[in-house]
Design a protein around this ligand. Sequence first.
Ligand SMILES: Nc1ncnc2c1ncn2[C@@H]1O[C@H](COP(=O)(O)OP(=O)(O)OC[C@H]2O[C@@H]([n+]3cccc(C(=O)O)c3)[C@H](O)[C@@H]2O)[C@@H](O)[C@H]1O
Ligand SMILES: Nc1ncnc2c1ncn2[C@@H]1O[C@H](COP(=O)(O)OP(=O)(O)OP(=O)(O)O)[C@@H](O)[C@H]1O
Ligand SMILES: NC(=O)CC[C@H](N)C(=O)O
Length: 686
Amino acid sequence: MSVYDHGFVRVSGAVPVVRIADPRANAEATIELMRRAAADGSALIVFPELGLCGYSIDDLVQQDALLDGCLEALAAVVEASRGIRSVVAVGLPLVVGDGLFNTAVAIQDGVILGVVPKSYLPNYREFYEQRYFAAARDATVDTCVVLGQRVPFGPDLLFTAADLPGFVLHLEVCEDGWVPIPPSVPAALGGATVLANLSGSPVTVGKEAYRLSLCSSHSARCVAAHLYVAAGFGESTTDLAWDGDALITENGSLLARSERFAMDSQIISADVDLDRLRQERMRMISLRDQAGDLSAELKSLRRIEFAFDGRDTAAVESAEPGFAHADSLRRTVPRFPFVPSGLADRDERCAEVGHIQVQGLAARLRSTGLDKIVIGVSGGLDSTLALLVAVDTFDRLGLPRTNILAYTMPGFATGGATLARAHVLMDTLGVSGAELDIRPSCEQMLADLGHPYSRGEKVFDVTFENVQAGERTSHLFRLANHHGGIVLGTGDLSELALGWCTYGVGDQMSHYNVNSSVPKTLVQHQIRWMISTGTYASETTAALVEILEDVISPELIPPGEDGAVQSTEDTVGPYELHDFFLYHLTRYGNRPSKIAYLAQQTWGPRSRGLPWDSEAVESRNSYDDDTIEHWLGVFLKRFMGNQFKRTAMPNGPKIGSGGSLSPRGDWRSPSDASARVWLDQLRSME
Ligand SMILES: Nc1ncnc2c1ncn2[C@@H]1O[C@H](COP(=O)(O)OP(=O)(O)OC[C@H]2O[C@@H]([n+]3cccc(C(=O)O)c3)[C@H](O)[C@@H]2O)[C@@H](O)[C@H]1O
Ligand SMILES: Nc1ncnc2c1ncn2[C@@H]1O[C@H](COP(=O)(O)OP(=O)(O)OP(=O)(O)O)[C@@H](O)[C@H]1O
Ligand SMILES: NC(=O)CC[C@H](N)C(=O)O
């Protein structure tokens, strides 16, 4: 299966070793790299500015011999492109009418699709381009004849693929991307999703970081993919140095970057997610509003239609490189999309999560005028995180920790170790801790209901479970009335997504919930990080470590004869997969088949995800294709079926961009929708 079947397009930037003023040699290097990138499944291959002659050619660019040589080099590239369905963008000087233009030429399969002249010619400091070139605005024609073909000519060309939905290419030339309103901005507003910049950019200290920020913010502002490919080794060192910097960015993220200062040719490539760009643009109504403001200009953009064709027929060995063999995804998909990946910014990101939670609770306490909270402490993950956040909040507000009224409430299935941990946490954190036995009130309710358990039968059904969750919540709310506090909710985002909580009179309800935007994988990560800060006493830390290591369990059903405790993940599936599914479903609106594909690429035995050592997690699990599809089916059914629990959820702060299921925050959905279209789409993979 090809990446192209899942809304991706593979794009490449090629940085050849240049020979100044030797178009034939440059054509050979270009052809070699073009063939390699095409055979690798790239639909787009971008070369540097004036790559066929070299950027640092100065006055030689006006020599007829050189200009003839460039045309011959272009002819060689066009000829060599026959049978190649990739679009190839090369840079060369071209005479059109009376002017000499610095151009990017788009070529596909022996055809020139169009010629884009540079709009903004730098003429400051080391640059002298206005000495040689005419700018795009000086052109008096909008077509030109190149190598006997009449082709569109101008900075307003959108190369639109008829058979790859969402692939619309725009080309510009170096300085065009450094001005306040690059030509690619109206192009993007007019529909271009892939913006390529052919560059000749000498390196000076600090430019590397500047280029990264320029390219990445341009891709973010335009909600597009951006390829920037600068000239490298072989450019003239008369007065300057060249680092061959090439970057592929997508909506603010860096997908690939060349090795700078390499002395050999190189190709960088990455798979751009066209679905993601479409989804983001579709949602960003302000972007469409701006397109509307500029509609007269945008309507005049010229759309040059072409087809990639045969992209699922050819194989690597084929003389006609198709794209079918691009089967393993060339981009990094984080296994834990909610968890900061990499260790570099881990402290900052985790601290930020904590700040948001603390800020939410502090503001709510201030606005209610109350100075106490009531919380049920189970000795499990969620209530532990909420308790730590509460402690931090009270410290910051200058309120005594004893105003945190913590209750551990053992039920029919509470394990001794869990109960002990709850006590350790409450004692060592200095909050007001108490133990409340909910069994008598649960027994009373089960008897009132006529439940078989009250007659001594071992019937552990959902009523049996929810009676306990309900009695706990009922106690907490009445304690809050009694003591003048608010009930702090603990349920996390993953539980809300799966409906794994007891509705109404149950853990679904609280006065304010600091965890409602924190998925389970992030709850685990936050606790792990908090341990690493060394903030807590050794006894507290030991309890936190045990909590992280224990099986995740609601402890509502007593252990079986084998002593095994009720495991949440045995019933609903692995949280690490569900968090992955949740992120891709709600953040990007991905089809189930794409979510499964991404999960298989990321969590499969031969994973393309980040190397484990760059992700600050301890799990090292992998899942086969069938397991992923099975749990995705479970997720979709539960996600759709449990919307009613989210529609009525309490207030709580939104923490991550893909992390809110509040109907007031970021997720509005009917409580009675069918899951069929998602399940059918998933089954269509089989
Ligand atoms: N669309 C809809 N709109 C309005 N109401 C709807 C509805 N669909 C079902 N309902 C009603 O809601 C009821 C189902 O919801 P609910 O009463 O919550 O019950 P339910 O979701 O069946 O059970 C709660 C589940 O959460 C688990 N749990 C509870 C507490 C803590 C934890 C934990 O580990 O964190 C896990 C527990 O093990 C159990 O499996 C249905 O019986 C029906 O009456
Ligand atoms: N034995 C208990 N004592 C006090 N409160 C409890 C107890 N069991 C559950 N609760 C309350 O109900 C909430 C939901 O229970 P649940 O089992 O989902 O949470 P948890 O144990 O904190 O975390 P996790 O589900 O991640 O193990 C808890 O966070 C806690 O506030
Ligand atoms: N070739 C160009 O247009 C180079 C200009 C650009 N500002 C740079 O310094 O990289």
